[in-house]
Design a binder for this molecule. Sequence first.
Ligand code: PEP
Ligand code: MG
Length: 602
Amino acid sequence: MFTVFGTPIGGGIVTGRACVVESRLIDVPRYRLAAGAAEAELERLKQAVEIVTAELQDVAAHLTAGAPSEARALLDVHIMILNDPALIDAACDMVRLGLVNAEWAIAEKAEELAAQFREIDDPYLRERGRDVEQVTTRLLKALAGSRLEVFRREPGEALIFVAHDITPADMLQLKGALGFLIELGGSNSHTAILARSLNIASVVGATSASKLIRDDDMLILDGETGVVIVNPDEFVLNEYRERQQLAQLESLKLGRLINVPSTTLDGQSILLMANIEQPEEAVEALRLGAAGIGLFRSEFLFLNKSRLPDEDEQYRAYADAVTAMQGRPVTIRTIDIGADKTLAGQELTQTGASALGQRAIRYSLAEPDVFLTQLRALLRAAAHGPLRILLPMLSHSKEIDAALILIERAREQLRQQGKPFGETVPVGGMIEVPAAALSAGWFVQRLDFLSIGTNDLVQYTLAIDRSDPRIAHLYDEFHPAVLRLIAGTIRAACKAGKPVSVCGEMAGDAAACALLLGMGLTEFSMHPASLLRVKREVLRSEVSRLVPRVRRLLAIDDPVRMRASLDRLAEGREPLATRRWEYAKDAKDAKDASQRDEQAVP
Ligand code: PEP
Ligand code: MG
């Protein structure tokens, strides 16, 4: 029995078997096959060889006329290695006779072959050992992908997936998982957000997990504390069973709040809405009493697709969400592609994938046909109920002007095609870049509403990559600079008489509820699983007392003092530090934590 630590993402406590889906390539998964499983494993290996051959042929076919002749020769060598009986046939024999998995066999035989090359005196031939390693890397990658495929196609027993990383796109296909334990990612990475919205118990930033854990290990994964116990004994299992029962009891109690109006002690009505990634999630949001959808991350419809969904497909998805919400507003954000969310086939060039690159509205404006298709689908879906369009990652008022022109053009196109559409569709903007927060008063004149994306606002204000576990301890949504930007945005919208909400993870953090209410916020949007916890906080709050306290608090410059004052504001409520790294932990603490992971061997 040993313990691994990471950043908790929520989803409660689960107990189940580990499935290490995507080991890092240096760490080749090795396991024995059941008798009779060899044929399927050989087929998997054959397919991996086919995939890699096709990849190499594709690269060769796309070599430009000016490419050096060595490039073509090198690709030929790689294809030859792939067909070398000393590698593939020998690996197949090992799978068949030794009943071991394909990765194990390939790694073993590749090492033997590379060792033979290393013995050769001729420097050119000696280098070919490196080619064997490169081909092997490709093969192992293809095998890792196919392992994931097997689980996607045949989700048998609910498993806890352990991985170095899982992209949001992959996670969407593993919805039946019992839990996720991931080495990369911070608590606000998109993978973490998706896990939260799927309500699957998850821990991220667990630095050594896939090195320490093996397939079929029994795990207790506590998504609330970030603790994962590997191969627990009976005593620990019983302890966690009790905790699970307590959590179920708590959720039963919260369930009684579903139909209670969300009103503060002094009678302020607070709108609690849901964030969703797929239209079908609207049903659960409605069941839990959501007043609407405050954020539909439409890009999740685009991930995993070999081609972009056409207008009709998108229209149906948006109309489904609108219809499911039975007259409540549905806010659909135009695609926010980039950073850790990429389209299938989209080049992972440095700028293309970067959080500072061609992301969100920048991508849409650079691809007007893709944008117009989405806008037409949105306007058509608006004929079914109150739909609002939300523009992500605005940083310049020209982006608003350009988007509004394209929305008008989409309307005109639908008019010409004689297709019905919603005539009045409010258009709002996300405030998630400091420049936008500081310009909120100016932006809001052109927009119908604002929505504050605290996840990115923190990332861009503090210059902290929200997906990087090495600096997760520095990610602080309660930093005075961030809080001032949020408060200023709320003030600007209220002054202009326009609605404003917070739709970042902060809105779903019950510990932040009093603070946001004290800033004058009346609209929150969060993943559905948080709705009732936040409602409980609203019911206990008195806005008239919170407002002056929060005003005083916003004058604090020192982040450590801010944290102490927030603790006092939250007295008797959910403690601030329950679901995140405690503030003021410095890099040394983070390093200690990862050293603990390293030492956590049995
Ligand atoms: C945010 O940045 O707070 C937000 C809601 O958008 P996303 O998390 O999808 O970037
Ligand atoms: Mg964002």
